[in-house]
Design a protein around this ligand. Structure first.
Ligand SMILES: C[S@@+](CC[C@H](N)C(=O)[O-])C[C@H]1O[C@@H](n2cnc3c(N)ncnc32)[C@H](O)[C@@H]1O
Length: 391
């Protein structure tokens, strides 16, 4: 079986030869985002694709436009609550192929005419290959420069702060993570070495004080052998998002948990996974640069990072409840029963699948206690995010 994309393997091996073993977080950064050879940065050989039914994994927007339709409805309500500002900017981070943007824009254009007149839609994605796909999927609006723009870096979106909505779907789970394990010596970190033509893991001391601090509140009852991940980038990202928002909302969809649930002592193997051609494995040292890697998101740390920047938690729910609150039942009732479209829409709601593994965190700034349709049904108690924060 392939160890990975040859030039990427050589680049990582050369970094290890120069500096010694690297923390896993650095290995994952290079495997996914090496500027030339990283998994997300290259276009796969056609007919392969990264994201989609024929890709390594698929996301909600590949299944059915109903999530985009619900998000458009939620964004329009946010626009009303903010007093119909001009412009109302939606910044979508990690837009992938741009399908959600397509579904949101089509819904706003078709149903929310006044909102659409005031809408600006900004896309940010690290990957040139994905940006190319976004341009193709958003072709109907490409000539509307006031509506649709791309920005290279989050730091350049709105130095003065904007009014609107920052939103992402399955972005945070693709940030590189530190991986740690409890050993007889305490908590150690996974580092990556290159020996005899293969990447191998080695357990060594924690690579940064920030990892040590993040582990302290969550690790007291972990047994020996316990493994998990720490996503420091997620908190830095949330801080940066909060700084770019003057008034409005941040809406984050991803698979994940509260810190209390993610770091509970019986979740002994953590949540790190690799995806290749719709199958899941746990070996990051195979097909390096040819398979995706992810880890579930700690939503408590996102909420805490926001609170530090005056970005308050509006609510936390799961995808099924979010969609129900936005009237998905009525949207589904308009589809022909048992048609492929109907079954696809139901797939997004499955209580044992996408409906509950995906969580939705909404935060607000510069507006008092907004009441949102997407948060009508909250399966978690209000304090769930703060009972044992990892931030
Ligand atoms: C798992 S895909 C999700 C795509 C899309 N949101 C969807 O729902 O189909 C993650 C996307 O985030 C992008 N990405 C990862 N890190 C990023 C970052 N720091 N800034 C912007 N985009 C990023 C990747 O290039 C990729 O397109």
């Amino acid at each position: 079986m392939s160890i990975g994309h040859p030039e990427l393997v050589a680049a990582i091996a050369s970094e290890i030869a120069d500096s010694g073993p690297i923390p896993f977080v650095r290995f994952m950064e290079l495997a996914l985002y090496h500027p030339q050879f990283g998994y997300y940065m290259r276009s796969p050989e056609p007919p392969q694709e990264r994201i989609g039914r024929r890709g390594d994994f698929y996301t909600s927007s590949d299944v059915h436009p109903i999530l985009g339709q619900a998000l458009a409805k939620q964004a329009e309500q946010m626009y009303q609550l903010l007093g119909q500002p001009h412009p109302f900017t939606i910044v979508e981070m990690g837009s992938g192929k741009g399908l959600l943007a397509k579904h949101i824009l089509a819904t706003c254009e078709g149903r929310y005419h006044s909102f659409f007149q005031h809408l600006r839609y900004v896309l940010i994605d690290r990957s040139p290959a994905m940006r190319e796909l976004q341009r193709r999927n958003l072709a109907p609006w490409l000539d509307r420069a006031a509506l649709l723009t791309w920005v290279d870096d989050l730091a350049n979106v709105a130095p003065q702060g904007l009014t609107g909505l920052f939103f992402s779907n399955e972005l945070v789970d693709s940030f590189p993570v530190h991986r740690v394990q409890v050993t007889a010596k305490g908590i150690e970190e996974l580092w990556v070495d290159y020996r005899d033509g293969k990447f191998v893991e080695c357990l060594m001391p924690l690579s940064s004080d920030t990892v040590v601090q993040r582990l302290r509140p969550v690790s007291a009852d972990w047994p020996e052998g316990y493994r998990t991940e720490i996503n420091l980038r997620a908190s830095e990202w949330m801080k940066q998002v909060a700084q770019q928002l003057d008034r409005g909302f941040v809406l984050t969809i991803d698979y994940g948990h509260t810190a209390q649930d993610l770091y509970r002592s019986d979740r002994k193997q953590g949540t790190f996974l690799c995806y290749f051609q719709q199958s899941v494995n746990e070996d990051p040292f195979l097909r390096v640069g040819e398979q995706d890697m992810t880890a579930h998101v700690d939503f408590s740390s996102l909420a805490a990072a926001g609170e530090e920047q005056k970005l308050h938690t509006t609510g936390f729910t799961n995808q099924m409840s979010f969609l129900m609150g936005l009237g998905v039942e009525q949207m589904i009732a308009e589809l022909e029963q048992d048609s492929p479209q109907f079954n696809a829409a139901i797939h997004l709601l499955r209580p044992n699948g996408m409906g509950t593994t995906f969580k939705v965190l909404i935060q607000h700034k510069g507006i008092r206690q907004p009441v949102l349709d997407g948060l009508q049904y909250k399966p978690f108690f209000g304090s769930a995010l703060t009972t044992q924060s990892a931030a």
